[in-house]
Design a protein around this ligand. Sequence first.
Ligand code: AP5
Length: 222
Amino acid sequence: DNSNPLGIMISGAPASGKGTQCELITEKYGLVHIAAGDLLRTEIKSGSENGKQAKEYMDKGQLVPDEIVVKMVKDRLLQSDSQENGWLLDGYPRSLSQAIALKDFGLQPDLFILLEVPEELLVERVVGRRLDPDTGKIYHMKYSPPENDEVASRLTQRFDDTEEKVKLRLQTYHQNVEAVLSMYEDIIFKVDGSVKKDDVLLRSTRHSPSLWNKKLLQNRRQ
Ligand code: AP5
């Protein structure tokens, strides 16, 4: 049914592994990965007024105002690639108002994956995280180290990946999570995100197997 693409949301605390799972899911199932945080960082890089404003909130670990985020995400969801291949939305919605806005646009997910990771692991994941600016790939100095010296030498760190800032991001998460979950009660699938990344993927795709299998076959045909 092309008029209604598959829609999956992935949620969880900062550094719970959303981006990592999205890399794995996209590779295998061909959904379009849309990460609110990545869209905002692209906006910052462009030097736009929205980017400048967004950075002030991100520096404090607070939610960027809806005026900036909602339209940005909606426009990306409505692009033809997301509508044709289905979408995998990461880091949105983060508040009740964002969830309601999406519903009002008629954009409802088929599945909501919630990654659960104990707090003591989150800080370790954040401070060890590195990013490859060339490929966008996510690394961790201990858990997913770079393949070779060339990659290692170009890895960068995010401006909000400090112990102090992740604690602020975590507070913001706790303030909003219950309200967001209340919007998706009937389609939430909770997954233990503390195991190895490949095992998290296996567990995440265990819910609604027919939905995933259909997507897998479509992706292989392409
Ligand atoms: P965002 O960029 O979305 O950050 P976040 O939610 O804090 O999540 P992260 O990207 O830090 O972590 P992740 O869950 O993707 O983990 P990852 O896979 O990288 O948002 C940043 C800011 O933007 C927010 O604070 C806010 O200001 C703003 N913002 C974003 N969306 C917004 C919205 N909708 N509304 C308003 N404002 C918004 O993994 C982390 C590390 O752990 C990596 O090093 C990885 O290699 C490692 N790892 C992952 N999985 C495993 C595993 N299973 N085992 C061992 N290590 C693992």
